[in-house]
Design a protein around this ligand. Structure first.
Ligand code: 0A1
Ligand code: ZN
Length: 885
């Protein structure tokens, strides 16, 4: 609960550590009702910290101190002070050894931080500050040490004993126990420590590195999951190869291990040589995991593997620098996915996610820069801003430098800082030094929060044959930052002529055109670029590939957007034109609904989508993406005041109108694809993802027709599909349909068949939690009583409560506030069980400023109720108090 930590920590207060830990020798004795941890720390005064011997202040929480020695001298009570967060003692020499023994209780650790039990196995999660719940330590990332770890446990229940690095010894003890010692030759901060003990099976493979070293690869899972590991193993090998080819990074230990655990707060963790994963990010096979799940497994395996360099070999100096490793690693994993599958589709997915969720965070009470300068609880800063916006910042550096100079910069960064704990400034400096490009102004992306707005206007001078684009940038105030300075905004663009061909791009003052697609750097609050030799008034294609995380405004007409949808050479911008067209059409419908008028769909949207559906030469994944209307959460984000009912009604009306108007082409595409699916074994590759995504989105439209032949096809797909992608899509549309009988049958069959597979049951919960039909809250209440549900498992909380509050907006935002009350109740319960999960679950309530006054009052009342509910964790306290400020 809240201790001294609830005070704010500031970046400006950073000081180098007073002491260093050269070696860390750990011994764990694991028992069912407690565990013992002995730590021997070989320490010395940090020469960079100055003279004298200040007090040594070790972090430690929830530890029962059994024994403490300084250089073999037993310390008594007068020799140290102990609080609920620190152990303080006085060293007497420059170099010394601290020995401590503590008792901890992993068996009752429901916060899933430090050493805990997931099912029957022991595992750890130390990032960011979990190691202090294991032993007394300097638990900060700039203290890097060589670790040796011995684990002992009962042999029958825990045949597998793992830690970081290489195994160096093992043996048996009397009484049925055994032990193993692991040694990690690389210095690392405590947050990368890991330990696992359990009854696990493993799939083993190997990878030969670019310098011909053989690395053993092992993925450990509970025995019943051994058939769901191959996809993760293949993904790991592809990631290792990609990092060699694209970044020149080779793996550095003889063994690389992944362990899947069912109870995990996040997706996965990059502990050195021993990644620990949420089982949802490892396990995948056709029958139980969707295409989306397969892609997530691949991306998370890659992400954690890439951390071995961007995070582990070069780590963060302090937690304000978190995006140094996370933004960079997300950028790396997204490029890996783009290279492995479809680049355009990956970009569309990432941008849609960023704009819906990160933009909302950037506009809310928890808005913070990519490099924050203050926090209360660091766990609250594993955010979309640190990860996703951080990746966009890296992408912009890549865009500004180009691939060759970027690679030179990353080589220099890794070489210069190998084995160090560094800052975002160090990263940018390496990029500047390697490229010769000054990034001083660019660095405002690290320090200023909020999403910039970029307004663009045009002027064509027919006589002079010049075409000018004027850019005006601004950025809204965010907590603690009222004024913003101009950003460097890379704007990739092209100019289209009336036939849709690209014009050569020559700026005033240039001697020749420089291609037909180029990047302009907008650096001023207002800036005009003039193109010369422009023979006709062009249509601009702006911010190609979403070259900067900004809100772009250009007064496109609907006809111009339709033109761009068809002709833009940039695939991302073709999709973007379709999205903007849909947004305009939906906003018109929202207005009609608010004025009590009859809703009328602009037929141009129908025409545009018909053209796409009828063109069989197009990438099916792109067609599927184009058919997906902007979601309610995105429509909320771009509203001044979100009208929940109007947004829902408008979008549902548009879907139904499109379904009716496009029934024939949708049915044709659906049937054709379903036939191919029937005849093709499951393959987790782009072309197959594409076929199934078009098939399934077509089905979701077709079911709105309520025609018997569609219902029959849907039930057939549910009953007979050989893969979860088709089966779950059919289940979802049945659940959202009025066909009660078929729906009930399908839900029951599904639960009966998959009751022993918790990850599949998560999907079953989510599909129902997301159903927008009336009575959503009551259904969620009932599902919480289901035997497969428990608040103790984060995946279950996310699947049911998280899906309800984040994806079922019409039910969550019920006008009577019952949805808010429900969420607050869950947050209050979870606050005591698992503060990190409680605090994340809160996010939808923090967005109260988006809604009308009645909802605002109801949401704020629930935040106040949480605040008054008793002893809050620092996690929940920080989010609630900042939301009400
Ligand atoms: N570094 C991990 C994310 C992570 C962060 C915190 C955790 O526990 C509180 C767990 C994982 C990653 O980026 O994958
Ligand atoms: Zn990461």
């Amino acid at each position: 609960m809240r201790t001294e930590q609830s005070k704010t920590i500031y970046l400006k207060d950073y000081q180098v550590p007073d002491y260093l830990i050269d070696e860390t020798h750990l011994t764990f004795e694991l028992f069912e009702d407690h565990s013992l941890v002995h730590a021997q720390l070989v320490m010395r005064r940090n020469p960079a910290a100055g003279a004298g011997l200040p007090k040594l202040v070790l972090d430690g929480q929830q530890l029962e101190l059994l024994e403490l020695k300084l250089d073999d001298r037993e310390l008594g009570e007068g020799d140290y002070t102990l609080t609920d967060s620190h152990l303080t003692l006085q060293p007497t020499q420059e170099r010394f050894v601290v020995d401590s023994s503590v008792r901890i209780h992993p068996e009752s650790n429901t916060a899933l931080e430090g050493l805990y039990k997931s099912g029957t196995m022991f595992c750890t999660q130390c990032e960011a500050e979990g190691f202090r719940k294991i032993t007394f330590y300097l638990d900060r990332p700039d203290v890097m040490s060589k670790f040796t770890t011995t684990v002992s446990a009962e042999k029958h229940a825990y045949p597998v004993l793992l830690s970081n690095g290489n195994p160096i010894a093992s043996g048996s003890e009397e009484g049925g126990r055994h032990w193993a010692t692991w040694e990690d030759p690389f210095k690392k901060p405590a947050y990368l420590f890991a330990l696992v003990a359990g009854d696990l099976w493993c799939v083993e493979d190997s990878f030969t590195t670019m310098s011909s070293r053989e690395v053993a690869l092992r993925i450990y899972v509970e025995p019943e999951n051994i058939d769901k590991v191959q996809h993760a193993m293949d993904s790991l090998k592809r990631s290792m190869k990609w990092d060699e080819e694209v970044y020149g990074r080779e793996y550095d230990l003889d063994i690389f291990m992944i362990v899947a655990v069912n109870d995990f707060n996040m997706g996965a963790m990059e502990n050195k040589g021993l990644n620990i994963f949420n089982s949802s990010c490892v396990l995948a096979k056709a029958e139980t995991a969707t295409d989306a799940a397969h892609q997530r497994v691949e991306a998370v395996v890659a992400h954690e593997y890439f951390h071995n360099w961007s995070g582990n070999r070069v780590t963060c100096r302090d937690w304000f620098q978190l995006s140094l490793k996370e933004g960079f690693t997300v950028f790396r994993d997204s490029e890996f996915s783009a290279d492995t599958h479809s680049r355009t589709v990956k970009r569309i997915e990432d941008v849609a996610y960023l704009r819906t969720h990160q933009f909302a965070e950037d506009a809310g009470p928890m808005a913070h820069p990519v490099r924050p300068d203050a926090y209360m609880e660091i766990s609250n800063f594993y955010t979309l801003t640190i990860y996703e916006k951080g990746a966009e910042v890296l992408r912009m550096i890549h865009t500004l430098l180009g691939p060759e100079l970027f690679r030179k910069g990353s080589d220099l960064y890794f070489e210069r800082h190998d084995g160090q704990a560094v800052t975002c400034d160090d990263f940018v400096k390496a990029m500047e030094d390697a490229s010769g490009i000054d990034l001083t102004q660019f660095k405002r992306w690290y320090t200023q929060a909020g999403t910039p707005r970029l307004e663009v206007s045009e002027a064509y001078d027919e006589a002079a044959q010049t075409y000018s684009l004027t850019f005006r940038q601004s950025c809204p105030a965010t907590p603690g930052q009222s004024e913003k300075l101009p950003f460097v905004i890379p704007v990739a663009l092209g100019l289209l002529d009336a036939q849709g061909f690209e014009l050569p791009l020559r700026l005033q003052g240039e001697s020749a055109a420089q291609g037909t697609s180029r990047v302009l750097s907008v650096t001023e609050a207002e800036q005009t670029f003039t193109f010369v030799g422009v023979v006709e008034k062009p249509l601009p294609s702006l911010l190609r590939g979403f070259s900067a995380p900004v809100k772009l405004h250009f007064p496109y007409s609907r006809d111009q957007l339709m033109f761009l949808m068809q002709h833009d050479s940039d695939g991302f911008n073709r999709w973007e034109a379709g999205q903007q067209l849909s947004v305009q059409v939906l906003q018109e419908l929202i207005g009609q609904h608010q004025r009590g008028e009859a809703l009328v769909l602009d037929q141009r949207l129908v025409t545009a989508l018909r053209t796409l559906l009828e063109d069989e030469s197009l990438d099916q994944a792109m067609v599927a993406e184009m058919l997906s209307l902007p979601g309610e959460a995105y429509l909320t984000e771009i509203s001044e005041v979100a009208d929940v009912e109007a947004i829902h009604a408008a979008r549902e009306f548009a879907r139904k109108a499109l379904a009716d108007a496009l029934f024939a082409p949708l049915w044709a595409r659906y049937q054709a694809n379903r036939e191919v699916s029937k005849a093709t074994p499951y393959v987790a590759e782009a072309a197959h993802f594409a076929r199934r995504s078009l098939q399934n989105i077509a089905l979701s439209y077709l079911m709105l027709s309520e025609k018997p032949e569609v219902l029959a096809a849907c039930v057939d797909q549910f009953d007979n599909a050989d893969n979860m992608t088709e089966r779950l899509a059919a289940l979802a549309v049945l659940v959202n349909s009025p066909f009660q009988e078929e729906q009930g049958k399908a839900l029951a069959m599904f639960a009966d068949f998959f009751k022993d597979n918790p990850l599949v049951m998560d999907q079953w919960f989510s599909v129902q939690a997301g159903c927008p039909l009336p009575g959503g809250l009551e259904r969620v209440h009932a599902l919480m009583q289901h035997e497969a549900f428990t608040l103790k498992n984060p995946n279950k909380v996310r699947a049911l409560i998280g899906a309800f509050a984040n994806q079922n907006l019409i039910n969550f935002h019920r006008a009577d506030g019952a949805g808010y009350r429900f969420l607050a109740d869950q947050v209050i319960t979870l606050n005591a069980l698992n503060p990190q999960i409680a605090s994340r679950l809160l996010a939808p309530l923090t967005r109260w400023r988006k809604y009308g006054s009645a909802r605002q009052a109801l949401m704020k009342a629930e935040l106040e109720r949480i605040l008054a509910s008793g002893e809050l964790s620092s996690d929940v306290y920080e989010v609630v108090s900042k939301s009400l400020a």
